[in-house]
Ligand binder design. Sequence first.
Ligand SMILES: Cc1cc2nc3c(=O)[nH]c(=O)nc-3n(C[C@H](O)[C@H](O)[C@H](O)COP(=O)(O)OP(=O)(O)OC[C@H]3O[C@@H](n4cnc5c(N)ncnc54)[C@H](O)[C@@H]3O)c2cc1C
Length: 549
Amino acid sequence: MAARDALSAHPADPQSTHPMDRRRFLTALSAPAFAACDFKNGAPEFKGAVFGPAMALGHRLRNNDFPAPAETRNLDIAIVGGGVAGLSAAWRLAKRGIKTFRLFELEDALGGNSRAGSSAVTPYPWGAHYLPLPTRESVHVRALLADLGVLKSGIDSDSPVYDERAIVNGPQDRLYRNGLWQEGLLPRMVAPKELDQYKRFEELIERFKQSQDLFGRKPFAIPSLLASRDVRTTSLDATDMRRWLVSQGFDSPALHWYVDYACRDDYGSLSRDTSAWAGLHYFASREGRAKNADTHAVLTWPEGNGFLTRRTEEWLQERVAEPFSRNSLCAKLVTGRGFAEIDIFHADQNRSVRYRCKRVIWAAPSFVLARVWDNPPPPFRPAVADIQTVPWLVANLHLREPPADTGPAPLAWDNVLYNSNALGYVVATHQVLRVRPGATVLTYYWPHSGEAPAAARKRLFDTPWPEWIKAVLADLKRPHPDIAKILERIEIWRWGHGMPQPSPGFLNAPARAALANLKGPLVFAHSDLSGMSLFEEANYAGVRAADLA
Ligand SMILES: Cc1cc2nc3c(=O)[nH]c(=O)nc-3n(C[C@H](O)[C@H](O)[C@H](O)COP(=O)(O)OP(=O)(O)OC[C@H]3O[C@@H](n4cnc5c(N)ncnc54)[C@H](O)[C@@H]3O)c2cc1C
């Protein structure tokens, strides 16, 4: 979901008979947490299914339920975790000519939260689905995009040229409110007083964008580790985004909704639970430009950021011999002087191997590191225990045709529902220019914000998954009453630990320091390093770790 509107611009399956389809669907079934059933729902029957990360394997960590290592091998550099951060670390090492590494990923596929699926109709995202135009400071994101063929020219310029296919087609977004779709995400048809507040909010954001500290650093840079440490902006982290709005005299319900939506979109967290620094970062940090796109355009692909992880994977495979071990979980880590040992459980062989490494780049979540690290320094575990992760539910709806519209704004790439707990949906086929509309896939995003993350996670998994499917459909029936009639199948994915919550105080929390200041053979690379789960942050964390390793 991408809510970066120009504020002033809006004043006011298994049953398929197609062999390819069936083969692809069966491939998808290899995701361990799978179950399926049929739904009637007073409409033509459709299939439902649930997927998710390899929970059973991950949960074996709790009891350390793995065979003892059968052998010990030497390895120069191990990377643990194959999401954006781990892949970026591998990419950076390979760019520097270092090819003596191996990346271990517990899942059967790389990509982490940027994983994607595929059907005979289209690829589609299971998690991250867009990248804002990279800023000038995002030099490594730009370099990666150039290597992947997405950034075509002007890598050092203010406005590079990007692959036309990746620039989001119009209409980019729309909002369903009061029974109608409107263009853009800022609610229209609001009181004049509210319009004034939109304008004033935009002016404030613009001021943040233009300002710099004595060292020339921006208050809200992306990657965030390059942002100013000036207390005038970092002190914003002491309060939450909602309170900050109120303190600035903003009381427009529509503006509050919009900002709340933005916090849920980027962090899975309500504005009242989000640091004001992080909330403002969403609006003030992204000022990337493109020579061949509008200012507020984003980069996207049918499979979302899964395109970038797949292409990085291919790029590495072409240059490095055997860079990856999938189905390979790090079950134990011991650090010593100048070396680290990791026990990797290779699930497909049901055996463990101990790797004695000169360096370990940890690109899996911090809570997993706290669990497997045998001898961390004493403050490490309590510091990291403070990081709360918000669960997300993602649903992919496979439709025979696009949903009918209730006007006046036509189907967009990003379709957001006002007053919904969820964020709405993106359309996987949006980037495909078709003569006639046909079958499509809608990806529906639902961060489980508003309650303690641990309680939300328990509810997400304790509630029978068919109930979640019913809840998704109930929400979507508001704008699309007949959606069940065009539904072929619906699959959900439960992300138990979707993303860390940047709550007030996160900037200077001991957790970030504990992760950034690891000494010795272990370097931390996961996006938890910044506390904000974004492609650019994960990429920077991976590159930084590769350079330290
Ligand atoms: C639903 C959802 C939507 C999102 N949308 C966007 C978006 O549109 N744009 C955006 O920029 N960001 C988005 N994000 C944020 C996204 O998380 C980041 O962009 C980025 O993908 C994080 O990458 P990472 O490598 O830091 O972490 P992860 O993706 O968490 O990768 C960590 C990897 O480590 C592996 N692992 C864990 N434990 C072990 C172990 N013991 N041994 C081996 N491997 C292990 C995991 O399986 C995983 O593959 C979204 C996140 C979610 C959940």
